[in-house]
Design a binder for this molecule. Sequence first.
Ligand SMILES: C[S@@+](CC[C@H](N)C(=O)[O-])C[C@H]1O[C@@H](n2cnc3c(N)ncnc32)[C@H](O)[C@@H]1O
Length: 222
Amino acid sequence: MKHLSLQDNFKYKEYWRKAGLKKYYGQIFVDLVKQHNPKNFLEIGVFTGVTARNVCELLYLINNKDFFYLGIDLFEDFHEAISNEVVPEFLVKKQNFSNPLKSLVYNFLLKEKLNSLTSVSKFLKKFQNNIELKKGNSLNILPKTDLKIFDMIFVDGGHSYETVKFELDIIFKSIKDNCLVVCDDYSLQEATGIKKAIDETVRENLCEFKVVANRFACLRKK
Ligand SMILES: C[S@@+](CC[C@H](N)C(=O)[O-])C[C@H]1O[C@@H](n2cnc3c(N)ncnc32)[C@H](O)[C@@H]1O
């Protein structure tokens, strides 16, 4: 009988924060990470850090503590970059929670903005020696980042055609051959520019391409 390792058994956790993926898609995403076994991981669009925390917990197990996670986000200043950006509903509103207890705790007791750099840094503190969080626009940060080191990249920042195409152009110019690039929201009706940017990238770079769970577009150089 095959023994399951700790990472085989790894389950996605929600951590009582707001999250982009939530349980069902979160588990599908961590299963993709497990299959690819990365050591160095880049996430564009960290939000409150729930995917980041799950990825770091998993990379810690896979690599026996030796891994690197880089997260890029505008964090609490996301308004600065969104004049022509498609913004998910949960970012437009104030920090509203469907659970009133969360609202009481985060808005009134802790007065903590969950998508702030301070809050996410605190949430990821146990991995502080393995991670870096860069606050700013991916369009400025990506061209100055060494992308060759990454084994897996999760593209989940801006949702406009222009932003995603710019990011994917830089990524495919710079990554190593076996890097897996996963883009969220491939089929999202409110942001069809994402699909357009991905489809063009696949054609231009003759990528290996598949869509998982009608949501995650997985691209790799052939
Ligand atoms: C959908 S959320 C990310 C969700 C996160 N990946 C998760 O799984 O929970 C999108 C994030 O991208 C950030 N963002 C949007 N446009 C950006 C840009 N041009 N540069 C950097 N971050 C950006 C927003 O601030 C927001 O936190």
